[in-house]
Write a protein that binds this ligand. Structure first.
Ligand code: AMP
Length: 422
């Protein structure tokens, strides 16, 4: 017996039904915000990802050489491919350019619940605008996407890397020491942040107030800390505008300022945000994004860009944790020929109904009415159509409502009746 590779999953028809439902729901939400769908290849030249994230990324991804000696990699994320596509083909498009996509990503991660080696992301990028309104709309869209699929309990955190950077300046912390601190801040390891700061020669009192500001949700306190750093103050007022827009124009109130959000990435600049599903425990982060600079690195003309990625698999896990009632898989009609002679006619009726936009399955096992009706309920058929000789003489068929058991005879040409779906 063969086993599937570690960290990968197969999906049953029921699971696919859930996944398709969530994907369609997200697709229509993206569309409602004026975003257009694109697609990029599943694998790229390896150098695309090393250019963005450094050589270290090779340890974390699936990279390989093809038969022509090219170094390739299965994509671990979609922002770099989308930026490559933009620089190659889309730079002249009118701005702002709003793009969204779905795609499977591959990472050599340690598999656990909510963390896989092959997983799906839904994501988007907005290119050519850096106003607070654009960022507020982007964050609101991420929140709405998750709300619209049916999630109730989600938490939005918003930070700003320029503010964090000016907090480092208050301490006169050189870049290499900032780099050591960032992963500790990212993982909210407060004690470790404190002791690292003290190791760097920062006085205990200064280290404690730095940590306090990292943890506060109060913009006034942050502003008091960074004092006269004009760039940081500008960023703070931008952040305040975004929060006001979220509250007033998008009616989103469930958010917090969290300066400790660093996204652990070098190319993010300014605003960053994350959305969590607290029900998921350790792997609770559903969405991460923000403003970033990558276009010039990929050879294009630098333009403001922002985007986010939503973990599709974790969204489904979070819905399941909230016991969300997904629509059950169903079929409109199951057609049952009463005997073998009627099979040809049953297939013909099925074809006609499919042409009328109805989903139809037909008994192909010739197993009689009783067993066929049982099967029809097991596949959640809404109606069963029984095709018998007597009715056929008059171009009619018996239609059974599977939930009430009610039966009636209907002329084939009149089905479905005007104004009815089936
Ligand atoms: P990232 O590109 O690392 O910011 O990831 C964006 C989102 O993708 C995260 O918030 C997660 O929801 C999801 N994600 C990242 N890595 C994995 C993984 N290995 N398995 C499942 N989902 C993941």
């Amino acid at each position: 017996m063969f086993k599937k590779p570690r960290g990968t999953r197969d999906f049953t028809p029921e699971e696919m039904q859930k996944r398709k439902y969530v994907e369609e729901c997200m697709r229509s939400t993206f569309g409602s915000f004026g975003y257009k769908e694109i697609q990029t290849p599943m694998f790229e030249n390896l150098e695309l990802f090393t250019a963005k994230s450094g050589e270290g990324i090779i340890q974390e991804i699936y990279s390989f050489m093809d038969k022509g000696g090219r170094d390739l990699a299965l994509r671990p994320e979609l922002t770099a491919p989308v930026m490559r596509f933009y620089v190659d083909k889309l730079q002249m498009e009118p701005k702002p350019l709003k793009l969204f996509y779905f795609g499977n990503c591959f990472r050599y991660d340690r598999p656990q619940k909510g963390r896989y080696r092959e997983f799906r992301q839904a994501g988007c990028e907005i290119i050519g605008v850096d106003t607070p309104e654009a960022y507020a709309e982007l964050i609101a869209m991420a929140y709405t996407l998750l709300k619209n699929v049916g999630l109730k309990n989600i938490k939005l955190n918003i930070g700003n890397l320029n503010i964090l950077s000016s907090m480092f300046n208050v301490l006169n912390l050189p870049k290499d020491k900032q780099k050591c601190l960032v992963p500790l801040i990212d993982k909210s390891l407060s004690e470790d942040v404190l002791s690292a700061l003290q190791d760097f020669g920062i006085k205990p009192q200064e280290a404690t107030s730095f940590l306090e500001i990292l943890q506060t949700t109060d913009i006034k306190k942050i502003s008091g800390y960074i004092k006269s750093d004009q760039t940081a103050l500008d960023e703070l007022s931008k952040l305040e505008q975004i929060l006001n827009l979220l509250r007033d124009s998008f009616d989103i109130k469930n958010y917090e300022v969290k300066i400790s959000i660093v996204r652990g990435l070098d190319y993010y600049k300014g605003i960053v945000f994350e959305i969590d599903a607290p029900s998921l425990g350790a792997e609770k982060q559903l969405c991460g994004g923000g403003a970033y600079e990558l276009i010039s690195l990929f050879g294009g003309k630098e333009t403001p860009t922002a985007g986010f990625a939503i973990g599709f698999d974790r969204t489904i896990l979070a819905l399941e944790a909230e016991e969300y009632q997904f629509p059950a898989p169903k079929i409109d009609v199951y057609v049952i020929p009463v005997n073998e002679d009627m099979t040809g006619k049953a297939l013909e009726i099925a074809r006609t109904l499919r042409e009328r936009g109805i989903s139809v399955d037909v008994d192909l096992l010739k197993r009689g009415i009783g067993k066929s009706l049982k099967y029809a309920s097991s596949i959640n058929a809404e109606k069963a159509i029984i095709v018998g000789l007597n009715e056929l003489k008059e171009d009619s068929m018996t239609i059974r409502d599977m939930s009430s058991g009610e039966q009636k005879i209907v002329n084939i040409n009149d089905y479905p009746l005007a104004g009815q779906r089936i």
